[in-house]
Write a protein that binds this ligand. Structure first.
Ligand SMILES: [Fe+2]
Ligand SMILES: [Fe+2]
Length: 276
């Protein structure tokens, strides 16, 4: 049963990456929706594992995604869904039914999705028609690699904490932070694909989400958010003279982090007052 979680985790990530690769708007939107649905499957399987007292973690295999045609990756997703389908009987009948019907539709749409050339791995390091200096391009590249991993890490950490907490107040905060990190991950992933440097975030070490001391975790998390703000600020400054659009975008991301910090402070206060 643990394996179905791993396979769903991998299928979700491949579909998310495929949504970054796609250029056709309709294909991109469908892949993006499907990746969200697969992530929800992932969280529901996780819930069943917890209910059944089965230990699990977020380890997974490396995911090769370097393709030159979209068809190759959509076929790969179909194969992955076929493999998961064989494991569905291990789940509750309700979840198994839901997933199998979702898969039928997803596979149907994927099989008809128009093929297109993929340029997400061409290493052009050009973003739109912006003329970024070498220095700004390097800063942006580094930022995107680091921060896309960071956002994936945050999604998984908050998801894990939420799965293991029965506290409504905290879970609302964790859910907002998951959603916010998704937005950041998707924004950065899109940019990476456009710059031809798309990559799957690396596997997260267990110790990061199997948090023993949540209070300390939140305190460190606030420090990290502050560091993320600083990085956005630096990046915005680095690209400001070459591209007003990019500078504005990173200011916008930077200011969003303020609210994350407030939410984490609320969670911290709640933890400390309840001693949960
Ligand atoms: Fe962020
Ligand atoms: Fe954040």
């Amino acid at each position: 049963m643990k394996n179905i979680l791993v396979k769903t985790h991998e299928a979700w990530l491949v579909t998310l990456m495929a949504s970054f690769m796609a250029k056709d708007c309709e294909s991109k939107r469908a892949l993006n929706d499907f990746s969200d649905i697969l992530f929800r499957h992932f969280t529901w399987i996780e819930r069943e594992l917890i209910k059944n007292g089965i230990e699990y973690d977020y380890n997974r295999d490396q995911i090769p995604i370097k393709v030159d045609r979209l068809k190759v990756i959509t076929n790969n997703i179909i194969e992955r869904l076929n493999a998961i389908e064989l494991m569905l009987p291990q789940l509750s009948s309700e979840l198994s039914f839901r997933m199998s019907k979702d898969f039928d539709y997803i596979k149907f749409v994927l099989s008809k999705m128009p093929d297109e050339e993929v340029s997400a791995f061409n290493a052009s390091r050009k973003y739109k028609d912006y003329n970024l200096t070498q220095e700004a391009t390097d800063a942006l590249t580094l930022f995107l690699f680091e921060e896309s991993y960071k956002e994936y890490e945050l999604i998984m950490i908050y998801n894990y904490l939420k799965a293991h907490s029965n506290d409504d107040f905290l879970n609302k905060i964790f859910q907002i932070l998951v959603d916010e990190s998704f937005f950041h991950l998707k924004s950065f992933g899109e940019m990476m694909a456009q710059m031809g440097i798309l990559g799957v975030p690396r596997v997260i070490h267990k110790s990061l989400y199997q948090v023993e001391d949540v209070v300390q975790f939140l305190k460190d998390g606030i420090e990290e958010e502050l560091a993320a703000k600083e990085q956005c600020k630096e990046l915005s400054d680095a690209v400001a003279k070459d591209s007003e659009d990019l500078a504005k975008f990173f200011d916008f991301i930077n200011y969003q982090e303020n609210y994350h910090i407030e939410l984490m402070k609320d969670a911290l206060k709640h933890y400390e007052s309840k001693g949960v």
